[in-house]
Design a protein around this ligand. Sequence first.
Ligand SMILES: Nc1nc2c(c(=O)[nH]1)N=C([C@H](O)[C@H](O)COP(=O)(O)OP(=O)(O)OP(=O)(O)O)CN2
Length: 125
Amino acid sequence: MTEVSGNRQATVRIKDLLLRAYIGIKEEEINNKQDVLINIRLTYDATAAINENEISAALNYRTITKQIIQHVDGNRFALLERLTHEVLTIVMEHEAVQWAQVEIDKPHALRFAQSVSVCLEAHRP
Ligand SMILES: Nc1nc2c(c(=O)[nH]1)N=C([C@H](O)[C@H](O)COP(=O)(O)OP(=O)(O)OP(=O)(O)O)CN2
C-alpha cells in the first residue's frame, strides 16, 4: 500500500452519548433523573495506533466512555456548566489527549426550547 504522508493527529468524536443524570436546580430535577446528551471531540497523535494497528497503542475511546458513564451515573450536579467541566476533566486526564471539546445538552430543560447546552474546551499547553 502506498504510504500517505501528512498529519497523523486523529480526531475522535463520541456522538450523542445519551445518559440519565441528576442535573438541575429545580426540585423536580433534584428528585428525578433526566436525559443528557453528551458530545465529545478530542485530538491525539495516532501515529502508534496507525503503525501498530493494536488497541494497546491507541487512545481507547471505550475506556473514556465507560469512565464518563460511571461518573454521570454516580453523582449529582446542580449546573450544566459543572457537569460539562467534570466530563472534560475526565477526558483530559488521558495524557494522550491534546485538545478536547465537550458539549452537553439537556433536551427539553427549557419550556419553550428544544434543548439547552453548555460547551467547554481545553488543550495541553
Ligand atoms: N447557566 C445555567 N443556567 C441555568 C441552569 C444551568 O445549569 N446553568 N439550569 C437551570 C435549570 O436547572 C433548568 O435547566 C431550567 O429550568 P427553568 O429555568 O425553570 O426553565 P423553564 O423554561 O422550565 O422555566 P419556566 O419558568 O418554568 O418556563 C436554569 N438555569
